[in-house]
Design a protein around this ligand. Structure first.
Ligand SMILES: NC(=O)c1ccc[n+]([C@@H]2O[C@H](COP(=O)([O-])OP(=O)(O)OC[C@H]3O[C@@H](n4cnc5c(N)ncnc54)[C@H](OP(=O)(O)O)[C@@H]3O)[C@@H](O)[C@H]2O)c1
Length: 286
């Protein structure tokens, strides 16, 4: 198989490297800046640094054209190649979790279109190379595109699941809540420690071990059973002590604590606890 990558940043470069490792030929890369193109090629280990004209000339040689630009640039990139010559067997894909593959249909004469989204946070090339092979990918596209995508997943040795394009926004929100908002929660935890001079490496490590233990419990017994602490114990006296401390030291985080307390009460099914979160310990003006 021969591949061209348009927009090789964190995800595109890691995918290029993994595809090459699986025996695919990376024909070339096109980024807007030649420096970033060259850096991507150096990491992937093969491919030509295409100018825009060279990209358009070479497109029909590729079985797969991957658009891995930021989401905001996918349509623009698809439009850029819309008039280029394609031949039977050229497939076009992107890797956005939010957007459907329809965004690629701007007149391009590809054999099939699909989106191929890794449920993973790819912070840089090295982490992408390490984490993508363990990730679950979701696929949506037209019939031929989906068939090709499943073969691509097989080649990479990754698990995959087909999803309906109408479900992508909520599916993507699920990924954002689990990944991005977890980052915010852990940062909040560090801020609480910092406020009272406890932001020490050992305590950060302690918090991370706590999170890892919690993740392991969620994996083994599910979120409902994994819950420990004052909310599931129905211990509102402890909650009130937290509320007083947060209002004294980090009042900006009070609303977050209260909101998550309400949702955590829902998870336990404890209506009385939820009521208390809604009606007690609030701001002075509540
Ligand atoms: N990072 C993640 O955690 C993650 C996870 C799952 C899915 N995704 C998806 O993967 C895709 C890529 O994300 P990323 O995080 O890898 O982005 P990224 O690191 O910001 O890389 C984007 C690359 O695209 C190039 N580019 C930007 N606009 C372009 C254009 N108009 N034409 C050609 N190249 C262009 C940029 O280089 P130049 O500036 O030189 O053009 C850059 O190398 C997105 O669809 C994203 O939603 C990302």
């Amino acid at each position: 198989m021969k591949v061209i990558i348009i927009g090789a940043g964190r995800v595109g470069t890691a995918m290029g490297y993994l595809l090459k490792k699986s025996g695919v030929t990376i024909l070339g890369v096109y980024n807007r800046h030649v420096d970033s193109t060259r850096k991507a090629i150096a990491k992937i280990g093969e491919g030509k640094a295409f100018s825009r004209d060279e990209l358009l000339e070479n497109l029909e040689q590729a079985n797969l054209i991957m658009i891995t630009t930021p989401d905001s640039q996918i349509k623009k990139a698809a439009e850029m190649i819309a008039d280029a010559r394609f031949k039977t067997g050229n497939y076009l894909m992107h890797m956005s979790g939010l957007l459907a593959s329809d965004i690629l249909r701007v007149g391009t004469k590809a054999a099939g279109f699909f989106s191929f989204h890794p449920l993973q946070a790819v912070a840089n090339f090295a982490e992408g190379v390490r984490l993508l092979p363990q990730s679950v990918f979701t696929i949506e596209g037209d019939r031929r595109g989906e068939k090709f995508a499943a073969k691509l997943a097989g080649r990479l040795g990754v698990r995959y699941h087909f999803i309906d394009k109408r479900h992508k926004p909520l599916y993507h929100a699920a990924a954002v809540v689990a990944s991005n908002y977890l980052v915010t929660l852990i940062d909040t935890s560090y801020r609480f420690l910092r406020k009272v001079g406890l932001d020490k490496p050992e305590l950060r490590e302690g918090i991370l071990q706590l999170v890892k233990g919690t993740l392991s419990n969620i994996e083994k017994i599910g979120p409902e059973q994994a819950l420990t602490g004052p909310v599931v114990r129905g211990d509102f006296a402890t909650i009130e002590t937290h509320q007083r401390a947060i209002r004294e030291f980090l009042p900006d985080y009070y609303e977050l604590y209260q909101l998550l307390g309400r949702y955590t009460s829902d998870l336990t099914g404890n209506k009385e606890m939820k009521f208390k979160f809604e009606h007690s310990g609030g701001n002075d003006d509540e």
